[in-house]
Ligand binder design. Structure first.
Ligand SMILES: *[C@@H]1O[C@H](CO)[C@@H](O)[C@H](O)[C@H]1NC(C)=O
Ligand SMILES: *[C@@H]1O[C@H](CO)[C@@H](O)[C@H](O)[C@H]1NC(C)=O
Ligand SMILES: *[C@@H]1O[C@H](CO)[C@@H](O)[C@H](O)[C@H]1NC(C)=O
Ligand SMILES: *[C@@H]1O[C@H](CO)[C@@H](O)[C@H](O)[C@H]1NC(C)=O
Ligand SMILES: *[C@@H]1O[C@H](CO)[C@@H](O)[C@H](O)[C@H]1NC(C)=O
Ligand SMILES: *[C@@H]1O[C@H](CO)[C@@H](O)[C@H](O)[C@H]1NC(C)=O
Length: 934
């Protein structure tokens, strides 16, 4: 039961809309299919255009529901499908990687003569979406998924009836804008909507389009179906406002939903509801907007009491503060929580709060594991086969060839992804040549193409190493039998009778264990030519042998030449070895393992750095000098000035620690030295300086383009992630900044200066005496609490991302005026929707704005006030990789020519703002979403 299995009383879907809907551009992108419907029409209540499925699907039959109660056009008819072992699918066009709501509804409306109500399976592509169980004939059952399209279409299929026959009433596809409902798991999981509730609703009716421009269905909390929002805490009252509410957050809930709420006047809000298909991992949202006018001496502070999640439950919600103002939405989301079948949730006020908790809406969606569709290359071959006979039934079975049930003429493996193992197209009237692409179906074991009108040569099928049985008899194939047939390792049966093959039969086919039938190929030579054939074979074997000999000889010669060359070049590696030996000899010990920092004597370093003459930087550790070792290796030599004994011990620990850390995105420590009161660390030299130099520090470098910036962000993020999760004990950098991100000769980024990082203690919290770090990058939470966590690095990294986006320094009166620092400046712009205002003018031009948006978004999350709201580095990496894919991908968002255009800035910025931030423009929202008189 839960929202989806639905028990939505029919009336809930029938919204009485008084406001005539504005025709938003979104509507044209909606797909609304009336299954079984007889005509296309516009629903006067919603302004949505519905199309009949009569030209979309060939299967099943429309059934007119007997009752005429259904005043909604969509529910006058349904489409019933046969009860058999096939699947029946609708194919909806999508844009790859865009997110959509896919919704199906089912209203059975009994005809009175069925033995049992239908129960059957619903699939989206290869993923089992739901079991549809009709228990009440006059209810609309709603199933809703939020998906990111993986190709240019999605298939919605019904199949596998347990009782009755499968049917469908409506099918809806609603595109979402940009990053709405993005999750970290979307490569592997769909979101299956389990509850979306509007609290304090003004009526029983659900809210949807046009109140919600994305046509989500927000159920009313006064809906009185069983097990829906029971156990309401005493003192719960309903409040509403007609003031407009700023809902420009991540998911853009409709204002109407936010204008109502419930308040726990006795200090507690509590509800219980059932969630279909749970327990499961879920994404949960709470929507809070302060819609009461509190006087200055009043506060509303509360915590999530149930279910208890340590990370979330300890956080005090103070809506007005979290949202920075009343009538503004605060939208915390619980990214991955495990919930039970029965969800009991409650919010309790804190002791010092004068008002009880408030709640406007919730959404709960289950993570539904995506099952792999059949291997793409197999599918494309099957599609090509279908297009050879486009009107036949077998070519129109629809959906995925293997899942949930097989097409009638294929068999598949049970691997993931499934592969096609058998094709049976005997006597299907196929014309033309045997498709050469079949060669890519490596998993194929049986191929039946007999009894068709196939012509031409047999193509190269030599990759079909699993092929056991091939039927080609009774066609008009010609040409010679290709030699690879002898070498198919698993071939057991080959039938080619009644064709026009010519030439000689490869002898292996006749001698081997292959059952080979070749009668009635008049021009095919066989035994009669055998002797002759053997002679030829003999000659050719001799020829091959001679050739091999020759080849062998020349190869040998080549190798010898190569070796000599290597020996000549070997000089440099030789010196290096010698160098290493020298160091270890001085140390008196043995040579440390390769890749482990080794002791380098001071004189060697003095020689390498020409007596520390070329200073290239100053890190928190001390000065940095350029050096070149005897073997030619360029190094950066860091010297610390302070030589207190405390530091001394720290130094030893750190070298030990550092020499254990190796990662592609961390600057490698080569060696160290502690002599003559000096503590020296020797690192690999990074030729391209620091990231800061490239962004704003130096005129020597040309501006970085966006793909390079993304690469740098990704590299640096990986380095940090390794420190956080790949080291034991884990390491908090504590001074992440653009001058600690170095670029090597290939412009790949490596994080440096984690030499002074602290190890996290076993108990996870670390109290240090002084907040260390750099102004502009310092995590405010750490500053206040002195508790250093990985999330402090995440904060600083967020600042680096803003630098990458804007090309500006983190702190600057010049750039940010009174806001002073980049975080306040950038967040304010993002909140206003003006991401273009942030972007470094140098990277405008041919960039995909969606890619930039993705980075801006994650940067914004990184600099959340509270650590627990910030993503982990892993999640940051995923976001950056997303941005890279978008930037590389061929989806053309708003890309091509300068998305933020320097001319006509203000006007283009406005339209951009709306499309970009995926919001309805404020004006529209005020007109169409104002609360309607009901
Ligand atoms: C309904 O609309 C669809 C798509 O616009 C079109 O293909 C189809 O022909 C229309 N059907 C009827 C019955 O007008
Ligand atoms: C909205 O709230 C006001 C009080 O603020 C109340 O008088 C009114 O009845 C409420 N409207 C509805 C439809 O509940
Ligand atoms: C959610 O968290 C659980 C446990 O921490 C984990 O096993 C799971 O992979 C996560 N993600 C999803 C989508 O369930
Ligand atoms: C807040 O101040 C008002 C007067 O301004 C007073 O009537 C009210 O009792 C105060 N409320 C609390 C909770 O102190
Ligand atoms: C919070 O809102 C106030 C006015 O409502 C504004 O002056 C201030 O800049 C906002 N703070 C942030 C961080 O946006
Ligand atoms: C979604 O974005 C598109 C452009 O990407 C824009 O045209 C449309 O108005 C947006 N839809 C809504 C409901 O904001």
């Amino acid at each position: 039961m839960g929202l989806c299995s639905v028990q939505l009383a029919v009336t809930c879907l029938f919204i009485v809309v008084v406001v005539v809907p504005h025709v938003l551009s979104q509507v044209t992108e909606f797909t609304s299919v009336d299954c079984g419907g007889s005509s296309n029409y516009t629903d006067p209540r919603t302004g949505l255009r519905w199309i009949s499925d009569s030209e979309i699907i060939k299967h099943g039959k429309p059934v007119t529901l007997s009752s005429t109660n259904w005043n909604s056009m969509q529910y006058r008819r349904r489409r019933d499908f046969p009860t058999d072992n096939k699947k029946y699918c609708y194919r909806l066009s999508t844009k790859e990687r865009r997110r959509y709501i896919v919704r199906t509804t089912f209203l059975y409306g009994s005809l009175g003569n069925e033995e049992a109500y239908p129960k059957f399976q619903l699939y989206l592509d290869a993923t089992k979406w739901a079991t549809v169980t009709i228990e009440e004939v006059s209810r609309v059952y709603v199933k809703e998924l939020i998906v990111r399209a993986t190709s240019s279409y999605v298939d919605v299929c019904v199949c596998c009836a347990i009782t009755g026959s499968p049917f469908m009433s409506t099918l809806e596809l609603r595109p979402l804008n940009l990053s709405m409902y993005a999750t970290d798991y979307e490569d592997n999981f769909f979101l299956k909507v389990a509850a979306r509730v509007n609290f304090g609703a003004l009526s029983m009716d659900a809210l949807r389009y046009p109140d919600d421009p994305y046509d989500r269905i927000w159920e009313s909390d006064v809906n009185r179906r069983p097990n829906f929002l029971v156990g309401v805490a005493p003192g719960t009252t309903r409040i509403n406002t007609s003031k407009s509410i700023n809902t420009l957050t991540r998911e853009y809930p409709p204002m109407k939903v936010m204008q109502t709420a419930v308040v726990g006047t006795q200090g507690l809000i509590s509800y219980r509801l059932n969630l279909e298909d749970f327990p499961a991992n879920a994404r949960a949202y709470a929507y809070f907007a302060e819609i009461e006018d509190l006087s200055a001496n009043e506060t509303r502070k509360f915590k999530l009491a149930q279910p208890y999640f340590p990370d979330y439950s300890n956080a005090v919600v103070n809506i007005a503060e979290n949202a920075n103002g009343s009538y503004t939405l605060y939208e915390p989301s619980y990214m991955n929580v495990t919930l039970d079948f029965v969800l009991t949730f409650s919010f309790g006020k804190t002791k010092d709060s004068t008002r009880g908790p408030l709640l406007n809406a919730i959404e709960v969606s289950k993570y539904l594991q995506i099952s792999s569709k059949t291997d793409r290359s197999d599918v494309s071959v099957l599609d090509a086969l279908c297009s050879m006979s486009p009107d036949s039934d077998w070519a129109n079975e629809g959906g995925d060839p293997c899942i949930p049930v097989l097409w009638s003429w294929v068999n598949c493996s049970s691997t993931s992804p499934p592969r096609v193992t058998k094709i049976v197209l005997s006597r299907k009237n196929l014309r033309g040549e045997v498709l050469a692409e079949i060669n890519y179906m490596e998993a194929l074991t049986e191929l039946w193409l007999d009894g068709n009108g196939l012509t031409g040569n047999l193509p190269d099928l030599s990759k079909l190493v699993n092929l056991k049985i091939m039927h080609l008899e009774n066609n008009q194939l010609s040409g010679s039998l290709p030699p690879y047939l002898v070498h198919l390792p698993n071939l057991q049966e080959l039938y080619i009778e009644n064709n026009s093959f010519r030439g000689t039969i490869p002898s292996g086919l006749l001698k081997g264990n292959v059952l080979f039938k070749y009668n009635n190929n008049p021009k095919l030579r066989n035994e009669a030519q055998r002797k002759h054939f053997k002679l030829i074979l003999g000659i050719s074997i001799a020829a091959v042998a001679i050739l091999l000999l020759l080849l062998g000889g020349s190869l040998g010669l080549l190798c010898a030449l190569r070796k000599k060359k290597r020996a000549d070049k070997g000089d440099s590696t030789g010196t290096k070895k010698k160098g290493l030996v020298a160091y270890s000899a001085v140390r008196g010990g043995h040579l440390l393992d390769e890749g482990v920092a080794y002791f380098i004597p001071l004189p060697v370093l003095e020689a390498a750095t020409d007596n520390f003459s070329k200073r290239v930087g100053k890190g928190s550790f001390g000065s940095v000098y350029y050096g070149r070792m005897k073997d030619g290796k360029e190094v950066a030599v860091k010297i610390t000035a302070d030589t207190s004994s405390h530091l001394n011990r720290q130094f030893v620990t750190e070298v030990a620690l550092l020499s254990r850390i190796h990662h592609r995105n961390l600057v490698p420590l080569i060696g160290y030295c502690e002599e003559a009161d000096r503590r020296i660390l020797v690192y690999e030299y990074m030729h391209n300086g620091t990231l800061g130099d490239h962004l704003y520090g130096s005129n020597d470098y040309k501006p970085l383009d966006w793909p390079t910036r993304l690469q740098i962000a990704q590299d640096a993020a990986k380095g940090l992630e390794y420190l956080h999760t790949g080291c034991n004990p884990s390491i908090i950098h504590s001074d992440v900044k653009s001058s600690n991100i170095l670029l090597d000769i290939n412009m790949r980024a490596k994080v440096s200066d984690f030499g002074l990082s602290r190890q996290t203690e076993e108990d996870l919290t670390h109290v240090s005496s002084v907040a260390k770090g750099t102004v502009g990058y310092l995590d405010p939470e750490y500053y206040a609490s002195q508790q250093l966590t990985e999330k402090s690095d995440v904060y600083s990294f967020g600042v680096v991302l803003f630098e990458l986006l804007s090309g500006k320094k983190p702190v600057s009166v010049e750039d940010f005026g009174p806001q002073l620092n980049i975080v306040h400046w950038a967040r304010a712009l993002i909140r206003k929707g003006d991401v273009c205002g942030i972007i470094d003018p140098c990277i405008l031009g041919n960039v995909k704005i969606e890619s930039i948006w993705r980075v801006a978004e994650v940067a914004n999350q990184c600099v959340e006030q509270r650590g627990y709201c910030r993503p982990r580095m892993q999640e940051v990496i995923v976001a950056i990789q997303d941005a890279v894919r978008i930037e590389r991908g061929n989806e053309n968002g708003m890309n091509s020519s300068s998305p933020c255009g320097s001319k006509a800035q203000s006007s283009s910025r406005k339209t951009l703002l709306t499309s970009f931030l995926e919001i309805e423009s404020p004006d529209i929202s005020r007109n169409s979403l104002a609360p309607a008189a009901r």
